[in-house]
Design a protein around this ligand. Structure first.
Ligand SMILES: [Zn+2]
Ligand SMILES: [Zn+2]
Length: 508
């Protein structure tokens, strides 16, 4: 493609954004489809694949001064990876490429998977890792603010990467846009992603002011802001200034807030107070999935489901919306609104009794037709044909296992035996996990074992049932509020999230 043509294309995209900002993502996707057909001639990826992925987004913090995943290094700076759009976007690179690349490797993310690098602003803690990253992968398009000095642009060109200079708002790929350079002194661009839940705004330091960035995103994409994440630049400010910004963000109708990097501890605490369960405690290694799970996570919270609140607290931490169901709801309305049913821990026989054979049959049919089932502890006992609780032989029979009843309470070690399984993504090989009277699972037939206890008994297994997916846990990946066991501290929140995402797929 000639340079003139590329410039014309960028100009056309800017026109689309500036003159027709109200058009829906799908129309923008179509406009780019025509453009991408030209790219295809040059061997670029097909935009058809891009379209299919556009509704499933995963954001992983690769570099931050706030710790989250104990395996990763932390240092002053910011970088995150956005997957699930037509292209994989690396937003900022932190200060040091060595640390960036080592954190990526810890998370099993290859630098080669990145298609686009977008640098927010000219502060070393955001672009310092760029050159080292380009040494690993130069087959990327780098979006730099136009105001960057020529020597920085030369670094990109010299590495053999494609450079796009950003002044005005522009489209980066399907459903992802740069705000363009904002701010009077120091110029900064932020990334805006369109999702079915609203906009996601990613900021580097938000030097132009996080409220201004949010307003710009709304104006550009004519939608509400679902989530703002990144540096809010409130470090070192006092409570009154932080309060003013917090009220501004709230009054813009932002649903979820995830301040990290230069937001500062005080601001993070204030946002957490104001946002409650809608505050996301970002740090290095945090993976946030938005709209992969489109709808309908249902948690059984009826009679006997003592541990439902642990499951709900974990879903809150992951910003996954859910609905509570009790036995009456299952009996009256069925599971029509659900894509995944989470059956938590509790008193197995009380739960089986309350649900009765009619509700168990409804659950069975739900999974058979493509629903997901995540059973934890009591929910794992119930999934088998025989519940193995004295006097309660009839279970759901949606997974071919024999559950051997065990008793005990405390933190146990499990070993992930299938590191490449979708349930294990982001997990360490050896995991410490909360245990409370869960079964030793003996798998049969087509049941896959994902994790084992030290004594060799299965702890986490999965299989399909009809078109549905079943995952059962003997231990508690969601932790225990009562025992003071926080799943993110143990690293089991990943396991829990993976199970929800994995079970939400429909097996066709
Ligand atoms: Zn910074
Ligand atoms: Zn900065």
């Amino acid at each position: 493609m000639s340079r003139q043509y590329a410039l014309l294309l960028v100009a056309m995209m800017c026109w689309w954004l500036l003159c027709a900002p109200a058009v829906r993502c799908s129309s923008l996707a179509r406009s780019s489809r025509a453009a991408e057909q030209k790219h295809n001639a040059a061997g670029r990826e097909s935009s058809e694949a891009a379209g299919r992925k556009a509704d499933s987004i995963c954001i992983t913090v690769l570099y931050d001064n706030n710790p989250y995943d104990g395996r990763l290094k932390t240092a002053w700076g910011f970088s995150c990876l956005i997957e699930g759009l037509g292209k994989t976007i690396l937003f900022d690179t932190g200060a040091d490429s060595g640390m960036l690349l080592s954190n990526m490797s810890r998370l099993g993310i290859s630098p080669k998977s990145v298609d686009v690098v977008l640098i927010s602003h000219i502060h070393y803690d955001h672009f310092g890792g760029l050159e080292g990253f380009l040494n690993q992968n130069n087959a990327v398009t780098v979006y730099l603010p136009k105001s960057f000095p020529e020597r920085m642009k030369d670094v990109v060109r010299g590495a053999g990467a494609e450079l796009v200079e950003v002044a005005k708002p522009l489209k980066v790929c399907d459903c992802a846009y740069s705000t363009g350079e904002l701010g009077r002194g120091l110029k900064e661009q932020s990334l805006v992603i369109r999702t079915s839940k609203g906009l996601i705004v990613v900021t580097g330091c938000a030097h132009p002011g996080v409220v201004n960035v949010v307003q710009k995103a709304k104006e550009l994409c004519k939608d509400n802001v679902y989530l703002v994440l990144g540096g809010f630049h409130l470090c070192g400010l006092g409570p009154s200034e932080i309060g003013r910004v917090l009220r501004g963000v709230k009054s813009e109708g932002v649903t979820l807030a995830a301040p990290c990097h230069c937001s500062g501890d005080l601001a993070r605490r204030e946002f957490e107070k104001a946002y409650g369960k809608d505050f996301i405690p970002l740090g290095a290694g945090f993976r946030l999935e938005v709209s992969r799970i489109k709808k309908g996570i249902c948690v059984y919270a009826g009679t006997g489901a003592k541990r439902a609140r642990d499951v709900e607290a974990a879903l809150d931490r992951l910003a996954i919306p859910y609905e509570e169901l009790d036995e009456h709801a299952v009996r009256n309305a069925g599971l029509k609104a659900c894509s995944v049913l989470v059956m938590p821990g509790g008193h197995t026989n009380k739960m089986v009794d309350a649900l009765g054979s009619d509700c168990l049959e409804r659950i069975r049919k739900f999974v058979l037709a493509g629903g997901g089932y995540v059973g934890i502890c009591a929910g794992a006992y119930m999934a088998a044909e025989r519940v193995e609780v004295p006097g309660r032989p009839a279970g759901l029979a949606i997974i071919a296992v024999t559950n051997h009843r065990k008793a005990g309470r405390g933190i146990k070690n499990i070993t992930i035996t299938q590191p490449n399984h979708p349930l294990s993504t982001g997990c360490q090989k050896n995991v410490r996990i909360w245990y409370e009277n869960g079964p030793t699972i003996e798998p049969e037939g087509n049941v896959e074992t994902v994790a084992l206890y030290e004594d060799g008994g299965a702890a986490v297994v999965s299989s399909t049932y009809g078109r549905g997916t079943v995952v059962i846990f003997s231990p508690h990946p969601e932790g225990s509020i009562e025992a003071g066991v926080t799943p993110e501290n143990l690293g089991t929140l990943d396991l829990f999230r993976n199970a929800i995402a994995f079970a939400s797929r429909d097996q066709r």
